[in-house]
Design a binder for this molecule. Structure first.
Ligand SMILES: [Zn+2]
Length: 501
């Protein structure tokens, strides 16, 4: 009796499992021990039927042991090693090459797509052994560098490969196109709002958190959504990070470098946003990792929810725990918030008067300055345009820039940041830790005294000051300029107008 290596998942991590099968005489029965979950216990039926499809009828008392015994095993990904263990125990397969095997079996022996194939590929690479997976997982695993992996459509094909009757089928080569995401809206379709569009461009370039405040119909939601089309492409490392998370959830992973863009509604649960549940799944804040997490109607979100986002936004990772254990997921998101300026929505509107009382406005302001507001780098008002203004833009202005043109600038600016921060393992200006802000974001005397004056004028906190410096750095990068100048700082200060006043 010797084991077949399989895999179980704990969060984003794949753990090795050894599947041992013993067949003894007696009445037919299959028992599985070693902390299997419900899906694995059901695997008895799937495996039995799949083996019958190979013409293999099981007889006798079959004991399946999953080792190590103290690790909870979950999911149907152990179907394949269990089936192989049984085939080997019957003598129909003499040798089973030392490799990791994962796959769910259909009753007819087909291999079904499983979640966790990307983490499993990393485990196989670490263990220095090949990985056998369902063909449906081939595309995502092919993106992992340096892993020896093979795929099969069904159990019969795989058994023939293992017997050496057929060559092992390598994965198709990975191809990752570098295309922008298709956004619902192009920036060229948004009239006016030059300042807000500029803020969105800076946010995309430096991965800075952004707050858009405007009346209903001002276009703030459109601007937020259009950001999907100007984000820079994922780097190789970032691509793998985002794939790990998607693979953990079993989500279809298309090979693309477009950044995630996740919109969250205020009715969403804490678990769906932050992660958790019985199987410790990642939440939206992790699915948006390296991309945008968009909270529309921010002031409608429950305070405990925004409170729970505070740490993951600041730390770039989130700890999800339950009685069964705890896991850590990455959560380096670009947070975009959109909100009305007041409860009725029309404070400061050029046409519709605001109906709120002074107390109501005060109360609303407190909501707006909630727990994550000091994590916001750019705040911008998105005023609703009057019909006259809309017309004027059509008559006089240059045609508005398309998302494609804006994205080119963003990509260039991000490339500068990647090169600058590479030695520190960082990718963009928003990630710079405090000690590097002091060391690397230096100003000339004139600019420094200007910033000091302005900071005390608008009552900027130490944290706020760092944020201004990081945004100023991104503004300089968008212009391809080496040093942070007064004009960059002045523009960065403009984007702190809402809460500091
Ligand atoms: Zn109002």
């Amino acid at each position: 009796m010797s084991g077949i290596p399989g895999v179980t998942l704990r969060g984003m991590e794949a753990l090795p499992v050894e599947v041992e099968v013993e067949i003894t005489g007696g009445l037919f029965a299959i028992s599985i021990v070693g902390m299997p979950d419900v899906a694995i216990r059901e695997s008895r039926e799937r495996v039995k039927a799949a083996l019958r499809s190979l013409g293999l009828n099981l007889k006798g008392k079959i004991a399946v042991n999953l080792a190590p015994a103290d690790v909870p095993k979950e999911g149907a990904l152990l179907d394949l090693p269990i089936a192989l263990g049984m085939i080997k125990a019957t003598g129909a397969l003499k040798e089973c090459p030392k490799a990791l095997y994962m796959g769910e079996l259909a009753l007819d022996g087909r291999l079904r797509r499983v979640r966790g194939a990307v983490p499993a590929a990393f485990l196989a690479r670490k263990m220095g052994i090949p990985l056998y997976i369902p063909s449906a997982n081939a595309e995502e695993v092919a993106l992992v560098q340096g892993v020896e992996a093979y795929c099969a459509d069904n159990l019969a094909e795989l058994v023939m490969m293992l017997r050496g009757e057929e060559p092992s089928r390598p994965l198709p080569p990975a191809y990752v196109p570098d295309l922008p995401a298709s956004a619902e809206t192009d920036f060229a379709d948004i009239k006016g709002q030059i300042q807000a569009k500029r803020a969105a461009e800076i946010a995309a370039a430096g991965h800075h958190n952004l707050l858009l405040v405007g009346s209903p119909g001002s276009g703030k939601t459109m601007i937020a959504k259009a950001m999907a089309g100007i984000l820079p492409p994922l780097t190789d490392d970032e691509l793998v990070e985002t794939m790990m998370i998607r693979s953990t959830l079993g989500m279809e992973t298309k090979a693309g470098r477009e950044r995630p863009f996740r919109t969250v509604h205020f009715t969403a649960s804490t678990v769906s946003i932050c992660g958790g549940g019985n199987d410790l799944r990642p939440g939206e804040v992790s699915l948006a990792h390296r991309g945008v997490l968009f909270l529309d109607e921010y002031t409608e979100f429950r305070r405990d929810l925004t409170e729970s986002l505070r740490a993951p936004i600041e730390d770039g990772e989130i700890h999800v725990s339950r009685a069964t254990g705890s896991v850590t997921y990455p959560s380096r998101v670009l947070l975009v918030l959109a909100a009305n300026p007041c409860a009725c929505g029309y404070l400061g509107d050029p046409v519709t008067p605001c109906k709120c009382s002074a107390t109501e406005i005060e109360r609303y302001k407190r909501k707006l300055s909630g727990p994550i507001m000091d994590r916001i780098d750019l705040q911008i008002a998105v005023p609703r345009l009057t019909p006259q203004e809309l017309l004027r833009i059509d008559e006089n202005g240059k045609p508005p820039e398309t998302s494609a043109v804006i994205r080119e600038r963003v990509v260039r600016a991000r490339k500068i940041q990647l090169e600058r921060w590479q030695e520190y393992g960082l990718t963009c200006n928003a990630e710079i830790p405090e000690k590097l802000v002091k060391k690397c974001l230096t100003l000339d005397d004139d600019t420094r005294s200007y910033l000091a004056t302005m900071a005390s004028k608008i009552n900027l906190s130490g944290r706020g000051l760092s944020r201004v410096l990081k945004v100023a750095r991104t503004i300089a990068d968008l212009l391809g300029e080496e040093s942070i100048q007064k004009k960059h700082v002045a523009e960065a200060l403009m984007y702190r107008q809402i809460n500091e006043r």
